[in-house]
Design a protein around this ligand. Structure first.
Ligand SMILES: Nc1ncnc2c1ncn2[C@@H]1O[C@H](COP(=O)(O)OP(=O)(O)OP(=O)(O)O)[C@@H](O)[C@H]1O
Ligand SMILES: [Mg+2]
Length: 291
């Protein structure tokens, strides 16, 4: 445990598939660990993409051993430590299991359905075994997603341009975040435009997204996503056009197919410093303007 940080759990979530939840949560966990923290990555997606991507397919497929269900449902049957493993990348993982959909149904019909991950995983581990716990929840509304919100109370939202990702964000805010906020605290730590590709001085969907976020949520935007559009449109950028957001970079998807984090696959990759900025935001508990 590092002595200087306030422990924090963070959920990387949006009600929309394929926008980068797993990519961002895995690489955020890696960056936090690289900064000297004890980090647990919790894969709550029934598809198990992140677990398999990090080399935990055996655990994902194995239906015989203890899994999340035994920890959160069967009081005392298993401790979270029993289902946690070391990764090769500096952080620990609580892998997903192909039983997760069944487990979700059982959670649905249990008492205290929304607080089970909090009570049985996050509370016992955060601040004792781990400085930071990062969760990767499903893209659909349900008990597991609710559990992730309640267990972490901190949100990082990945967004891509087009494909209804902004609408997915609005849906999540209206249907999950706002109702939960009326009951418990829930902070947005950052909104992260991902897979951005196009030039920011041309009119296209990427620009539309970045412009909208700078207008509506400047307080949640990392420095790497902030753009002064007046400067751009007045040609004051002196040929040095900003490239906001986490860029679309094939190395990022290649790292995943090679079952590695981005840092392990390509230690010189330019996008790494952006994941580092996210790690800094998680350490601070908010976007700060100090960079
Ligand atoms: N910045 C990026 N550049 C290039 N490819 C990316 C980037 N971010 C994510 N990808 C790729 O896009 C795909 C979807 O990303 P990812 O799996 O992280 O999204 P997800 O939100 O977790 O999806 P799901 O809802 O299916 O779990 C993956 O193939 C991933 O490698
Ligand atoms: Mg995923």
């Amino acid at each position: 445990m590092s002595e200087t940080v306030e422990p924090r759990a963070v959920n990387v979530a949006i009600l929309k598939g394929g926008v980068g939840k797993s990519t961002i949560s895995v690489n955020l966990a890696e960056r936090l660990a690289a900064r000297g923290h004890d980090v647990l990555f919790v894969d709550l997606e029934p598809n198990g993409h992140a677990s398999v991507g990090l080399g935990f397919e055996e655990q994902y497929q194995d239906e015989g051993s203890d899994d999340l269900g035994d920890v959160i449902l069967d009081e005392g049957k298993a401790d979270p430590q029993d289902i946690i493993f070391d990764t090769d990348f500096g952080f620990d993982i609580l892998p997903s299991t192909k039983r997760l959909e069944t487990i979700e149904k059982l959670v649905e019909s249990s008492n205290f359905a929304d607080v089970r991950v909090r009570n049985h995983v996050v509370d016992p581990l955060l601040g004792t075994d781990y400085d930071f716990i990062i969760t990767d929840p499903p893209a659909y509304r349900g008990k597991i997603t609710n559990n992730a919100h309640v267990a972490t109370q901190n949100l990082i939202v990945p967004l891509t341009s087009g494909g209804g990702s902004v609408e997915g964000f609005q849906r999540m805010m209206e249907r999950q975040v706002t109702p939960l906020r009326n009951q418990i605290g829930l902070d947005i730590l950052a909104i992260v435009p991902n897979r951005i590709n196009s030039r920011i001085d041309h009119h296209n969907n990427d620009r539309k997204l970045i412009e909208r976020l700078n207008q509506d949520f400047p307080q949640h935007l990392p420095e790497f996503a902030r753009v002064d559009f007046e400067e751009i449109d007045n040609g004051e950028h002196n040929g040095d056009l900003p490239k906001p957001g986490i860029r679309k970079d094939d190395t990022i998807s290649k790292a995943y197919t090679e079952r590695k984090t981005l840092a392990a696959h390509d230690p010189e990759n330019e996008q790494l410093e952006r994941f580092d900025e996210l790690a800094e935001i998680v350490e601070n508990g908010e976007v700060t303007n100090e960079r």
